[in-house]
Design a protein around this ligand. Structure first.
Ligand code: NAD
Length: 499
């Protein structure tokens, strides 16, 4: 379904108006421009929002049974077409095929969760709250909602939000990353095949102007954003200033704390998997390994041995374990930290620039890199690098490691490796991070819990999906009713009390 020109999807069809601006979409494994994507201006955004508003007038009245049956049909199509979707992700993002399939599977989980919307959005009823008076509550949809997503999960991150939003009776405008825009268009076609009415799911492609128009548009009632912290803060502040409900998930610097009693092979495997999977372009990637004395040397040695075996190559090649980075500019930025870290005094234990790559020379390659003896204050420690660069920080005790993690301005994910249940219990209780893994390096919660970080990793009150997702995409209404015995004692200007 891919063509070399990607355009918006509005009211059930591609929008072919002339775009004033277009962006290049690369094949990261070759470095070539594979296609171009239209970049929306305010007028295109307004069309998409108008389509979503028009569709909302019907969709919000569509029965829960009908909405659920569309969700089930979408689930079946997504499952049947997961290979096609994964291949599309690989071609624009660069991650390896199995990883792209994993992304689709985790998005599918949220679709399956949203199939339970009849139960999830049920209200409550109190009979005879006062004499002859019943009180009940319902949850109703908000209207058109905007979903703005990052490049690193072009299918999964939008699926954290839109299945629940649509199931709950809202209509949606998705603004995917302009770096890998095609997955969203395939999802739009699957919705149509599933029987979703036109205009309930729309896609506008673009960058800052498109986002800013969505943030100020009066008919957009809520915004779910995922991306870097500076943009998340901008989205939260601008969206709420315009009266919208906003959840804005930001960047991360995830620490993995390894205690001396941990299984060091398990810890080394986990550090490599979570540090270099998807070339480190995951918000839940481990980017700092905190080794409690005396296990630092041993861990660095075991990780170094494992790195040497990693196969770096095109995401579509069966043997590849790690693909290229998303763009040349991003690869260069990540690579610049190798010089910066060295200049700041960290020890470059493994230089990713020297790693063998089985791919075309023009691809956006950078091999797995390991820094040892990293300290707070160095840019490799402070910045979210978002590439295959793992930093090892040595600490003398559990308390020192915990204090380091809690002092970090990000609080997305963290992991503890230990065989001590008491230490694990203490850690999950004391750590100031939203998602915690105990001997699990990438603790992305299942769909019936919610996903969200603390501190600079999330702006707003609601985490993504799970119960938070249902609450975010609905608003409560409480009804107090009296049918029998309508007499209420005649004129009485006092405040109503219950009896
Ligand atoms: P990004 O912030 O550059 O872009 C995210 C979205 O915002 C894109 O749709 C982009 O078009 C738009 N955008 C970019 N600059 C903008 C601006 N100035 N004004 C308005 N909109 C703008 O992020 P990215 O590089 O696509 O993704 C990587 C980042 O996302 C990392 O920081 C990563 O940690 C974060 N991320 C976080 C989570 C999470 O759950 N917390 C999940 C995935 C990714």
């Amino acid at each position: 379904m891919t063509s070399d020109h990607i355009t918006h999807w509005i009211a059930g069809r591609p929008w072919h108006g002339v775009a004033a601006r277009r962006g290049d979409v690369y094949d990261p494994a070759t470095g070539a421009v594979a296609r171009q994507v239209d970049l929306a201006d305010a007028e295109v955004v307004d069309r998409a929002v108008a389509a979503a508003l028009e569709a909302f007038r019907q969709w919000r009245h569509t029965s829960v049974a009908r909405r659920t049956s569309v969700l089930f049909a979408f689930r079946e199509l997504l499952n049947a077409r997961r290979e096609e979707l994964a291949a599309l992700i690989v071609s624009e993002h660069g991650k390896v095929h199995s990883d792209a399939l994993g992304e689709v599977a985790r998005g599918l989980e949220v679709v399956e969760y949203a199939c339970g919307i009849p139960q999830l959005s049920r209200g409550s009823f109190t009979e005879q709250a006062s004499t002859g008076v019943d009180v009940y509550s319902v949850r109703q949809p908000l209207g058109p909602v905007a979903i703005i997503s990052p490049f690193n999960f072009p299918a999964m991150v939008p699926m954290w939000f839109f299945p629940i939003a649509i199931a709950a009776g809202n209509t949606v405008v998705v603004k995917p990353s302009e770096k890998d825009p095609s997955a969203a268009n395939l999802l739009a076609r699957l919705w149509q095949e599933a029987g979703l009415p036109d205009g309930v799911f729309n896609v506008v492609h673009g960058d800052k102007p498109a986002v800013d128009r969505l943030l100020e548009h009066p008919d957009v009632k809520a915004v779910s954003f995922v991306g870097s912290t500076p943009v998340a803060r901008h989205v939260y502040e601008t969206g709420t200033r315009h009266g919208k409900r906003v959840q804005a998930l930001g960047g991360a610097k995830n620490h993995m704390l390894v205690l001396p009693d941990a299984d060091l092979d398990l810890a080394a495997d986990a550090a490599v998997n979570a540090g270099y999977g998807a070339a480190g372009e995951r918000c839940m990637a481990v980017s700092v390994l905190v080794a409690v004395d005396p296990v630092g040397d041993e861990l660095v040695e075991r990780i170094t041995r494992r790195i040497a075996e990693l196969k770096v190559g095109p995401g579509s090649a069966p043997g590849s374990q790690m693909g290229p980075l998303v763009t040349g500019a991003h690869r260069d930025k990540v690579a610049s930290y190798l010089d910066a870290g060295t200049a700041e005094g960290a020890a470059l234990a493994v230089d990713g620039r020297a790693h063998a790559v089985e791919g075309e020379p023009g691809g956006f390659w950078l091999g797995p890199t390991l820094f040892d003896h990293v300290k707070p204050g160095m840019s490799v420690y402070e910045d979210e690098i978002f590439g295959p660069v793992l930093s090892v920080v040595r600490v003398g005790s559990y308390d020192e490691g915990l204090a380091l993690i809690n002092a970090n301005p990000y609080g997305n994910g963290t992991a503890l490796f230990t065989n001590d249940g008491g230490a694990a219990r203490r850690f999950q209780h004391e750590v100031e991070v939203g998602m915690v893994g105990i001997n699990v390096p990438i603790p992305v919660p299942v769909a019936y819990y919610s996903f969200g970080g603390w501190k600079n990793s999330l702006f707003g009150d609601a985490h993504a999906y799970g119960e938070d997702g249902v609450r975010f995409f609905t608003r409560g209404k409480a009804v107090t009713q009296r049918w029998l015995d309508p007499s209420h004692g005649g004129i009485n200007l006092g405040f109503p009390t219950n009896s």
